[in-house]
Design a protein around this ligand. Structure first.
Ligand SMILES: *Cc1c(COP(=O)(O)O)cnc(C)c1O
Length: 366
């Protein structure tokens, strides 16, 4: 009774999804420097590492399912009600759950053209359509986003600051976006890089979440030294929190991650050190490369910069040359439709000096 032509078929939309393309990693054992995944150049918080190790004594017991100890720490540090926090296996976990809860066949989600590449994947996985909105010089355009909203729109995805461009919207623009949306549309504000922002007119979405019934803020520990531990969290209104709890994995954050996350959240000194290092070298690489009119560094508020080259060939040559010299950066042609740009994570001083030296030598202005 076997008919080779009959087999399980994924839901509509699934096979239209282009798989997520992660940044290139070094070969195991190589001493290449990875500047392609926006990881911490200062490692993890020592207190988080200690907490993670201590969890090894308790690996036989299921973790507390709601991540209470992590939510308590986050509530203290961020001044928010722990009951309105949901933790996830990375913030990707929460983004998927939000899509699953609020999108389905026939619905539409709106996002900015160069927004985070996970949003189209999770939208299409639900059978909904993604509507891409043009940007203004690699920055989300609030008027264009609002103009793209239709009766079918259920979700607006917005990373602030955005990956891979590093650009951000000030608080006033976020509020203007929110004010223009129907109250039945969910506005997801992904503040993955909030810890790195130095712009004074930026705010995390906390206040807006408190004031509105249709806004959630999504955060991650991945860019703050704990990418391997997979810890994300969201803060939202009670009805949304309730819906997400109903469908999340019952033990979606493992015990070592809960403990490490709680310790990292409370290690505000480490967070400040990472922010200061990042601001210093982000400013430096931006200024250095902008000295040449061969490059344009898009102003970044995140822990990476997007460097624009005269064309795709120049970007490809720069990528290859850096790679040969042991510096792995992120190509954003195939994954983001920006073939003339490269995304470069802010690394150690040595890595930043290496990148600048190589790029300048490439255009013979060094
Ligand atoms: C890195 C990143 C995430 C995902 O973080 P994880 O917590 O590692 O899943 C989410 N949103 C944006 C914009 C990111 O750049």
């Amino acid at each position: 009774m076997s008919d080779d032509t009959i087999r399980p078929v994924p839901q509509p939309g699934i096979l239209d999804i282009a798989p997520y393309l992660p940044g290139k990693s070094g070969a195991p054992g190589s001493n290449a420097v990875k500047l392609s995944a926006n990881e911490s150049p200062l490692g993890a918080s020592p207190r988080a590492m200690e907490a993670f190790r201590a969890a090894a004594d308790h690996l036989d017991i299921y973790p507390e399912g709601s991540s209470r100890l992590l939510r308590t720490a986050l509530g203290e540090v961020h001044g928010i009600d722990p009951e309105l926090i949901v933790c996830g296996n990375g913030s990707d976990d929460l983004l998927h759950l939000l899509a699953q809860c609020y999108l389905g066949e026939g619905d539409e989600a709106v996002m900015s053209r160069y927004g985070f590449s996970v949003y189209p994947i999770i939208t299409r996985a639900t059978g909904a359509a993604i509507v891409m909105v043009d940007e203004d010089d690699y920055t989300a355009d609030v008027d264009a986003l609002l103009a793209a909203v239709r009766p079918k729109t259920k979700v607006v995805w917005l990373a602030n600051p955005n990956n891979p461009t590093g650009t951000y919207l000030p608080d006033a623009e976020i509020r203007r976006l929110h004010a223009g949306l129907r109250p039945d549309i969910l506005l997801v504000i992904d503040n993955a890089y909030a810890e790195y922002v130095t712009a004074e007119d930026f705010t995390v979405a906390t206040a807006l979440v408190r004031e509105a019934q249709n806004v959630v803020m999504v955060r991650t520990f991945s860019k703050m030294g704990l990418a391997a531990a997979r810890i994300g969290w969201m803060f939202g209104p009670a009805p949304i929190v309730d819906a997400i709890h109903r469908i999340r994995g019952p033990f979606n954050v493992n015990l070592p991650a809960q403990l490490a996350g709680a310790a990292a959240a409370r290690d505000v000194e480490f967070t400040a050190r990472l922010k200061a290092h990042n601001a210093q070298w982000r400013d430096w690489i931006t200024a250095e490369l902008n000295q040449s009119n061969h490059f344009r560094v898009v102003p970044s508020q995140a822990n990476f910069v997007m460097v624009m080259f005269p064309d795709a060939d120049h970007a490809a040559l720069a990528f290859q040359t850096l790679l040969e010299r042991g510096l792995i950066v992120r190509e954003i042609g195939a994954s983001y439709g920006i073939p003339d740009g490269l995304r470069i994570s802010i690394g150690s001083e040595q890595a930043m000096r290496g990148v600048v030296g190589i790029l300048k030598a490439l255009v013979k202005i060094a």
